[in-house]
Design a protein around this ligand. Structure first.
Ligand SMILES: O[C@H]1[C@H](O)[C@@H](O)[C@H](O)[C@@H](O)[C@H]1O
Length: 524
């Protein structure tokens, strides 16, 4: 029987509750040896309760700019597709449109596991910087594209950046955040994803009628990347990676800044990280390929890792298979089909609702807990989808309008339109509170040794399912009707709820060093 009291017990772990894993391994670590044993240490209460210092906010905000890029680049394409018209030599064919949209997800799918590998070898920060280079190159290539194929190449390059950034930003934030604020700080990056989508929709709407407006839409994506490069260059590598790379002095300095100069706390944390690495088999000075093989083997054969990977992939897959992004990518199209006067305006409403409820998730996630939020919000997603399915049955779909974006004839009685929009808003709000956000907390499921690659594989699952939904949504609408499509997504949500209830562990407030020590009972 799943238990919900883990949330209450968990913060104690984050404060350094003694574990059964003794300090013996640590006793050989000369540099950071402290006269007190680690079991005497507890995070000072004032640190536990206080808000993070400015430095932590700066770290988080700089890293989270990747979210803005990710959100903007995924959100802008629907408006850009409409306003390209014939400016690339001919009107875009359906194949052109599909390729332009889906190549980004496929490239992200490729890039995310590679990014995890590089992040272990070279550090988290260089890989985020590399993703910025890709964002800038891809945005410029798209803005100056003379042909459809150049535009597709630009979208692919941006996709590589998105894949790397989406795998590494939450990891970077998780590894620099104080445990009791980790959920909220990772949510900052989801907040920037959703605000990037709102900005993209608004810019798309504002520039839609300008001749070469679409070039500005896609080119503007380079701006936050430049900002991030400027900010990130001054930021440090994560202390966890530094300890793993045998640079504990540097890790200590970073941790001192994170904990407002509290040296005892910083030393204690470095000791915890060293202990974790020792327990996980020590610092492995082996080559890339061998290391990858070892980590993959550990992910698969060590039960606690395998369970972590299963949960992370299940959540990331669910985040996409519930169909949310079909709204993100095609809401203007859906609203045009159903005869809405201002489909783009209604689509902005959807993106705005996603943003506002992610803001609420920000304040709730470290208080209510990830598991409880998911179990409460997912049934609302199903309800919203089922009611919208009913509303769709009351709406007369306009013929041949799957790709149309403007319509003036009302095709739905006003009550049905209102029911449709409000039920979709319920779905979106519930999504933003739970599934849109919680899967990105994935790094807290994995021990340090397998964290980067485990998170990257879960991110790849996200992109694979994202591409699947992107490709299947319009055909599904035609084949089984919009109501049928919504019903399918509602049943996916039902299955996801059961899966979360059965296997998702609460990690609110747990220190990252304690994650690798979780026993199997932690996974229900
Ligand atoms: O967490 C984000 C967010 O919820 C976005 O709105 C969605 O488009 C992304 O696919 C998801 O990863």
């Amino acid at each position: 029987m799943p238990r919900d009291n883990a949330a209450e017990n968990a913060p104690a772990l984050g404060r350094g509750t003694p574990t059964t894993h003794g300090d013996t391994a640590n006793e050989t670590q000369g540099l950071l040896q402290d006269s007190r044993s680690s079991s005497e240490h507890a995070y000072p209460e004032h640190v536990h309760e206080s808000t993070p210092v400015l430095f932590v906010w700066a770290l988080t905000a700089t890293a989270a700019l990747s979210g803005l890029l990710f959100g903007y680049d995924t959100g802008v394409i629907s408006s850009a597709l409409v306003s390209i018209r014939s400016s690339l030599g001919h009107p875009l064919t359906t194949l052109d449109k599909s390729l332009i949209t889906s190549i980004t997800s496929f490239a992200a799918l490729l890039a995310s596991p590679l990014a995890g590998l590089c992040a272990d070898a070279f550090g988290r920060k260089p890989v985020i910087l590399l993703s910025d280079v890709l964002f800038i190159a891809g945005a410029l290539l798209q803005a100056f594209a003379p042909s459809v194929s150049t535009l597709i190449a630009g979208r692919a390059i941006v996709g590589l950046g998105i894949g790397a950034a989406s795998a590494l930003t939450p990891l970077y934030i998780a590894e620099t955040a104080p445990a009791h604020w980790r959920g909220r700080l990772i949510t900052v990056s989801t907040l920037l994803i959703t605000s990037g989508q709102v900005v993209a929709y608004v810019i798309g709407w504002a520039l839609a009628d300008m001749g070469s407006g679409w070039r500005w839409m896609v080119g503007l994506g380079a701006l936050p990347a430049v900002l991030q490069v400027v900010g990130l260059i001054r930021m440090p590598e994560t202390p966890r990676w530094l300890v793993k790379a045998d640079r504990p002095e540097q890790a200590l300095e970073v941790l001192k800044r994170i904990y407002g100069g509290d040296e005892d706390m910083a030393r204690e944390l470095v000791k915890g990280m060293e202990r974790e690495i020792e327990e996980e088999g020590g610092k492995d000075g082996v080559g890339w390929m061998r290391k990858l093989r070892m980590v993959l083997r550990d992910l698969w054969t060590v039960p606690v890792n395998r369970k972590a990977l299963t949960v992370a992939c299940m959540l990331q897959g669910s985040q996409q298979l519930c169909g949310f992004n079909s709204l993100m990518y095609f809401s203007a199209t859906i609203f045009a089909m159903t005869g809405f006067k201002s489909p783009s305006g209604t689509a902005i409403l959807i993106a705005g609702c996603n943003f506002i409820f992610t803001l609420i998730a920000f304040s709730a996630i470290d208080r209510i807990g990830r598991r409880r939020i998911l179990l409460i919000s997912i049934p609302w997603m199903s309800t919203g989808l089922l009611v919208s399915a009913f509303a769709f049955t009351q709406v007369k779909l306009l013929p041949n309008s799957v790709q149309a974006h403007q319509n003036s004839d009302a095709a739905a009685p006003p009550w049905a339109s209102a029911l449709l929009v409000s039920s979709l808003l319920v779905f979106v709000a519930a999504y933003a509170l739970g599934l849109g956000n919680v899967p990105w907390q994935q790094s807290e499921l994995f021990g340090l040794r397998v964290r980067a690659i485990g998170s990257a594989l879960a991110t790849a699952t996200n992109w694979a399912c994202n591409a699947l939904v992107g490709i299947t949504f319009l055909p599904m609408m035609e084949l089984i009707s919009p109501a049928g499509a919504m019903a399918v997504y509602a049943s996916v949500c039902g299955v996801v709820w059961v899966a979360c209830w059965l296997i998702y562990p609460e990690r609110m407030g747990v220190g990252l060093e304690d994650v690798g020590q979780s026993d199997h009972a932690d996974y229900r």
